[in-house]
Design a protein around this ligand. Structure first.
Ligand SMILES: [Ca+2]
Length: 734
């Protein structure tokens, strides 16, 4: 018999003849899945008739709770690597192992990793931290995978709670986390062809407890012990003592609120689809052993995951105190798509409608790519910072000008051009040119002059007299600058004077340093000169270099009978005493007074000719014409000298002596002064000769007049005639 296309049946009548009959399918029989899953409608192998079948999900959670593909619950504490699933007849070359370790301190078995052999690829989903918050890692052939991973028909991602490995071509989904695992196989690929801890996927729990040889085991513990992996994972495992293989009814004390949630209205929508019974059993079991909320929650989490995959999403975590592990850019969802939508999705790739609890892109966003964990609103490029960019978007990033190229879906960047620096050197002292980030454009640096005080020149802190150094840094400058500020002192001739002290000024001035409000001033006033002089002195300013004049002697001072009298430079006699004569004489600058007193000769009026008595011209002595003093002949002897030649002996030399009447008197008759002058002179003489001896011995004759007779001879009156009237001796040499 052959089946041909379109569900026609060909019946062989003989070797060459076939009868074609339409094939009639049996009515589709409704079934109930023992694992609680919704039956799926499948075609038979001829792609002609449909029938219901149950996809398989094997899971383990918490403290060694397992549910086989067909929904059989058991507890098992392993301490080895076991076969979870392998094909009875290898068709897809898929094997799945579980690696348990027994923690003797807490007397529990912990799930360490799930090992998946897909052909020649070995994936290891493992948890490095079995006692606290899980630390999950995915490895392929011993090499850590960067998640999400998608290659050779296998994707591995981290939902935030669990690692999810998918083989879309086989519709296989395996989850693994700190709380447990699940293995989801479609009946169409694996139905009736599995063995191991998960049993045979055929909607018949009764054949799930089978030993590797095919015999039914007496207990699940015995079954599980026999599925140790021979060629992978741990070797030489020792099997821990079996505590219990079936649920114990715990004391009421441990009926915690967490476990009761499973039976509560929270999961009510799921109850008709998947019975919470096994999960409740597991939870109660754990509460009697560990009683940690995290452990108890594994039952809720596993049940919720099963419900989610059955189409009932339960927000259960906010009813417990479990953590939400999502990063800030993602949101928690109890039933998100395990295969998150990405920008790389295309309609040709098979998609899986598998839900997972975890962290997902917010509504309206999707992952940029399977490889990235970045959520984007629009699909374009991903810049180096991990931000999404629209196609042809131009933007600046890290000082580069970038474009999202639509053709390559990549961002190309080139360095941003910066403006040319506006300054190239610093002129002011102390400033050095440094490059500083441009405040208006952090990408570009702009040269600025920055103060570096070490580069300042030394400053000379000396100021001129009267000023003090003030060192300061002016605003906008770098280096300190010296400013000489005036001190509150006076300065004269390079010397400082404090306020209040005297300051030397010019010779004729007296100066003082005086403080004013903010300054000082030298105040000077002319020196006061003493202009009072003694008698006979006068104040005279003679020298312009001297500030004061001096008293200069101008008159002599004479003291006449106790009264002082000034006297000019001349001779003076007091009117009352003409015989005293005072003479003021200048000797250099000094005037001195000399005094003389004339003593008059004895005046005998009786010897005067009557009417001739009068006072002499100086007003001191009385004079008169004497009566008896007539002109007489007198004789004398004398040596005669002429031209250095001298007479050898004295010779007689008579002369005339005596007064003649000489007078001046007022004549009433003539009404004038009448002068009468007569002179005592020779009236007769002779010549005589003597020999004079000269120094050379020569003798020369010398003739002189020899007076023979004397008498009064009238003469013209002259001043001389009157003055010498009494003493003159008259002789004449020829
Ligand atoms: Ca079965």
């Amino acid at each position: 018999m052959y089946f041909l296309w379109f569900c026609n049946r060909a019946i062989s009548l003989d070797n060459n003849t076939f009868q074609i009959l339409p094939h009639h399918c049996s009515p589709i029989e409704n079934i109930t899945c023992s694992n609680g899953k919704k039956p799926v409608l499948l075609y038979d192998k001829f792609q002609c008739c449909q029938h219901y079948a149950c996809d398989c999900e094997c899971k383990g959670w918490g403290n060694h709770h397992y549910i086989t593909f067909d929904g059989f619950y058991y507890n098992y504490q392993g301490n080895c690597t076991y076969v979870l699933m392998q094909e009875i007849n290898p068709r897809h070359h898929l094997r799945i192992y579980i690696d348990n370790v027994f923690d003797s301190t807490e007397d529990v078995s912990r799930l360490r990793s799930i090992i998946i052999l897909n052909g020649s690829q070995i994936f290891n989903l493992t948890n490095h931290n079995l006692t606290g918050r899980s630390n999950l890692e995915a490895l392929k052939n011993g090499v850590r995978l960067k998640l999400p991973y998608s290659q050779n028909g296998v994707t591995v991602m981290n939902s935030g709670f669990d690692l999810v490995l998918e083989i879309p071509s086989l519709e296989v989904v395996i989850t693994f986390g700190g709380t447990g695992f699940s293995v989801n196989l479609p009946y169409k690929n694996f139905g009736n062809n599995t063995k191991g801890h998960c049993g045979t996927c055929n909607n018949n729990p009764s054949d799930d407890c089978i030993l590797p040889g095919g015999q039914l085991a007496e207990s699940f513990a015995a079954m599980a012990d026999n599925w140790t992996a021979k060629d992978i994972g741990q070797g030489n495992c020792t099997v821990p003592p079996t505590k219990s293989t079936s649920a114990q009814e715990p004391p009421p004390l441990y009926k915690t609120g967490v476990c009761e949630l499973l039976n509560s209205s929270l999961f009510a929508k799921c109850h008709p689809i998947i019975s919470p019974y096994n999960f409740y059993k597991g939870c109660i079991f754990d509460s009697s052993n560990v009683n940690k909320t995290e452990v108890l929650c594994t039952s809720l989490q596993t049940y919720a995951a099963a419900c989610a995959r059955a189409g009932v999403c339960v927000y259960w975590r906010n009813h417990t105190k479990t953590e939400n592990h999502c990063p800030s850019h993602q949101v928690y969802q109890p039933c998100g798509p395990a295969d998150q939508p990405t920008c790389e999705d295309n309609s040709y790739e098979p998609t899986m409608n598998f839900t997972a609890e975890g962290c997902f892109c917010p509504d309206g966003m999707k992952l940029f790519s399977r490889q990235s964990n970045i959520c984007v609103k629009t699909c374009g490029c991903l810049d180096p910072e991990g931000n999404s960019r629209e196609f042809n978007e131009r933007f600046e990033l890290k000082c580069q000008k970038c474009t999202c190229e639509e053709s390559t879906k990549t961002v190309t960047c080139k360095p941003k051009e910066c403006p040319k620096p506006n300054i190239t050197e610093c002129s002011d002292d102390g400033f050095v040119l440094i490059n500083q980030t441009d405040p208006s454009d952090p990408c570009c640096s702009t040269p600025v002059c920055q103060c570096k005080p070490g580069g300042c020149p030394d400053i000379d802190v000396t100021c001129s007299i009267g000023k003090k150094p003030v060192v300061s840094i002016p605003k906008g400058k770098c280096c300190p600058e010296l400013r000489c500020e005036p001190k509150k002192v006076c300065v004269r001739n390079e010397t400082e004077y404090q306020p209040g002290s005297s300051v030397p000024g010019s010779v004729c001035q007296e100066c003082t340093c005086e403080a004013e409000q903010n300054s000082t001033v030298i105040s000077c006033k002319d020196q006061e000169c003493n202009k009072t002089c003694d008698m006979g002195y006068e104040y005279v300013k003679t020298d312009s270099d001297e500030c004061c004049g001096k008293c200069v002697q101008t008159h002599c001072v004479v003291n006449i009978n106790g009264s002082k009298q000034l006297l000019s430079v001349k001779t003076w006699s007091p009117t009352e005493n003409r015989c005293d004569e005072y003479t003021c004489v200048k000797n250099g600058e000094i005037l001195t007074t000399s005094t003389s007193h004339t003593v008059c000769p004895v005046f005998n009026e009786s010897s005067c000719q009557p009417g001739t008595i009068q006072t002499a011209a100086n007003g001191c002595c009385k004079i008169c014409a004497e009566k008896e003093k007539a002109c007489k002949f007198m004789s004398m002897k004398t040596n005669i000298t002429h031209n250095n030649c001298t007479s050898a002996q004295e010779v007689d030399m008579p002369y005339c002596e005596g007064s003649c009447n000489t007078y001046t008197m007022y004549s009433k008759e003539a009404a004038v002064m009448q002068h009468s002058c007569s002179c005592c002179k020779e009236t007769c003489f002779s010549n005589r000769t003597v020999d004079l001896v000269c120094p050379n011995g020569d003798t020369v004759p010398y003739t002189y007049m020899y007076v023979e007779e004397c008498g009064c001879t009238n003469t013209e009156c002259t001043a001389a005639a009157g003055q010498h009237i009494r003493r003159k001796r008259s002789f004449t040499l020829l």
